[in-house]
Design a protein around this ligand. Sequence first.
Ligand SMILES: [Zn+2]
Ligand SMILES: [Zn+2]
Length: 379
Amino acid sequence: MGIKHDDIFEQQQNDNELELTKMNEISPYFKVVETESRGRGCFATKRISKDTLVLKCLRPLSSTVVKPFKKEVCQWCFHYDRGNNMKFKLSNSTKGNFSIFFCSQVCLDEFKKDDYQSIYLNNLIVIEKFFANLKQDNNQETEIKLTSKEDIDNAWKDVEIWESNLPLKESKRLNHLPEFDSDDNNDVYVELKYLSGILFQLYKSQILETDITFMNLELENFQLLQSNEYSKCLKYPYLLQKFIKIYKFVKILFPAEFQFLVNTKFIRSAIGKELGNAFGIWSKEEGSNEFQEYFGYSVYPSASFFNHSCSPNLKRERIGNTLIFKTITDIEKNQELCINYGYNLNGDLLKRQSSLKEWFFDCNCNRCEREKFGNGIIE
Ligand SMILES: [Zn+2]
Ligand SMILES: [Zn+2]
């Protein structure tokens, strides 16, 4: 998503052409183009009239609901019923009384149909169980200092050493789990559920020959997303400690079926791709005046190539777990298609720019450029 293209990203330039071909299977209305100043962007391949559906993402590659809403939001379609618990649930009798919640039998069945030998369900329940039993100790962590990418790489090298010293016996491996404190509870929990979904879909695409083409395309697009691990960790060093804990959890407690993908390189990139590419799941969608509750996030890789604009020409709408993008104005051929990344666009230039910094870029959309000029801000 609209990220300034600089040395943060390790793109393999020689794969560039192939990548662009794949990205151009996303929609008949636009192609993904590498721009000079705005990273990749989506540009209209023809004139598009107002109210045209230019992209429909049937369902996320992975999604995760925050802990406080795990019973109140449907695991499949994100339906929310004013705080009432969802009535349908799936559990695993051998793993105690932990469940995954759904709004209807239809959603529960869809989840089961997508699962394979209950591997995904069981993994989600392992996470539930672990975080339900977590002790609430306030084990203060020492704040680490990170000044360069190298510091981050070195921390991960230590993790590889930790990994090479892990005992083979499962019961003994448990002793090597890092300590999780109450502070980790939410962030680590949501991130683990997100990773579980990603690993599960990748695993499934490897073992099942006939699978939904839609998911395969999303997996291919997922590989093409850019990771924001370095920039985010340099800004918030405590995140690196969390990511390392997450990795250790995945290594020790995620199922054997996923382990062929569990190495520091892959997990770092999977986490880094979520940062800045995920779409928040909100109780009410864009433009609504009602108070919005944050339920969690989902990743729809094919929708991650839109840049942000403070005067967007696309509108995003969530219908259940389907995400659609519609034009809100007529668009000329070769014009860029942009969305709002989710900020209040009524704010003035400085307010907008500072909130957009969270997405790792200085907005240089047409509106910001115009207002910069008007305000006499010269860069
Ligand atoms: Zn549902
Ligand atoms: Zn802007």
